[in-house]
Design a protein around this ligand. Structure first.
Ligand code: ATP
Length: 235
C-alpha cells in the first residue's frame, strides 16, 4: 500500500484549473521529486494534498484511507507536515519559538528540538536569534525544522533551495538525504533545481500545465534528452 496516492486529482482557483487529473504515488521510505516550470501547478499539488485548495475531483489516499476533502488539521494529524514555498517563518519570534510553533499536540517538543539542532547545528547556535534576522539558508533550515517538530512521517517540501547560494542549497539537500536515510522519513519534494533534486530522489515526476507528462527513477529522468533540454540546460 502506498503511503500517499493521488488518482485523477483536479484542483484550481475559480475558473483556473491548475491540476488536470494527477495520478501519482509515494511509497514509504522514498524521496519523490516533482519538477516543472513556473506555473505548472507544483505548489497547488502540495497544497491540495494538505486540503487547501480542496480537490474538485479524484481521490487522495494516505495509507489506504481516503482523505479527500478532509480539513487541513486532520490531514496534518495523520503525520503529514509541509514546509511551504517562501518559508513563512515568524520573523519576530526567536528560532526556538518558531520551532515550538511547529510542535503538534502529542509531539515531544524537547525531543523535536534536539533532533532539529542535531540536523542543523547552525540553528542551535542561533536559538535565541529572531527568525527575521537569519540568513536565507538559515531561514530555510528553520522552516524545515519547524515542519519536523510535528514528528511527521511524510514531509512535503516546496522549493527548499529557492534563492539560496549553491553551497547552502547543497547543505539543505544533504539534510533531506540524512532525514530519509537515517530516520526513514518519506519526502515529497518540489524543486526548480531539477538536477540536484532528481539526483537526490528515488523517483520523480514531471508536471506540465497541471498534468504529469513523465515519471521514472531519478536517474532515468536525468538521462532523458527532452528533460535535459527543458529543465537541466544551464542548471
Ligand atoms: P512556481 O514554480 O512559479 O511556484 P507552480 O508550479 O508551483 O509555479 P502553482 O503556483 O501551483 O504553480 O500555480 C499553478 C496555476 O495556478 C498558475 O496558473 C497560477 O497562476 C494559478 N494560481 C496559483 N495560486 C493561485 C491563487 N491563489 N489564485 C488564483 N490562481 C492561482
Amino acid at each position: 500500500m502506498a503511503l500517499l496516492r493521488l488518482s485523477g486529482v483536479r484542483a484550481g482557483y475559480g475558473a483556473i484549473e491548475a491540476l488536470r487529473g494527477i495520478d501519482l504515488h509515494v511509497e514509504a521510505g522514498e524521496i519523490v521529486t516533482l519538477i516543472g516550470a513556473n506555473g505548472a501547478g507544483k505548489t497547488t499539488l502540495m497544497m491540495t494534498i494538505c486540503g487547501r485548495p480542496q480537490a474538485r475531483a479524484g481521490r487522495i489516499e494516505h495509507e489506504g484511507t481516503d482523505i479527500t476533502g478532509w480539513p487541513t488539521h486532520r490531514i496534518m494529524r495523520r503525520g503529514i507536515a509541509q514546509s511551504p514555498e517562501g518559508r513563512r517563518i515568524f520573523p519576530r519570534m526567536t528560532v526556538q519559538e518558531n520551532l515550538l510553533m511547529g510542535a503538534a499536540a502529542g509531539a515531544d517538543p524537547a525531543a523535536g528540538m534536539a533532533r532539529v539542532f542535531d540536523l542543523f547545528p547552525r540553528l542551535a547556535e542561533r536559538r535565541r536569534q529572531r527568525g527575521g534576522t537569519l540568513s536565507g539558508g538559515e531561514q530555510q533550515m528553520l522552516a524545515i525544522g519547524r515542519a519536523l517538530m510535528a514528528a511527521p512521517r511524510l514531509l512535503l517540501l516546496d522549493e527548499p533551495s529557492l534563492g539560496l547560494a549553491p553551497l547552502i542549497a547543497r547543505q539543505i539537500f544533504a539534510a533531506i538525504r540524512t532525514l530519509n536515510r537515517k530516520d526513514g522519513l518519506t519526502v515529497l519534494l518540489v524543486e526548480q533545481n531539477a538536477y540536484q533534486a532528481l539526483r537526490l530522489a528515488h523517483r520523480g515526476y514531471v508536471l506540465v500545465n497541471g498534468r504529469i507528462t513523465a515519471d521514472g527513477t531519478g536517474a532515468e529522468l536525468l538521462a532523458r534528452s527532452d528533460i535535459q533540454a527543458a529543465y537541466l540546460e544551464g542548471g
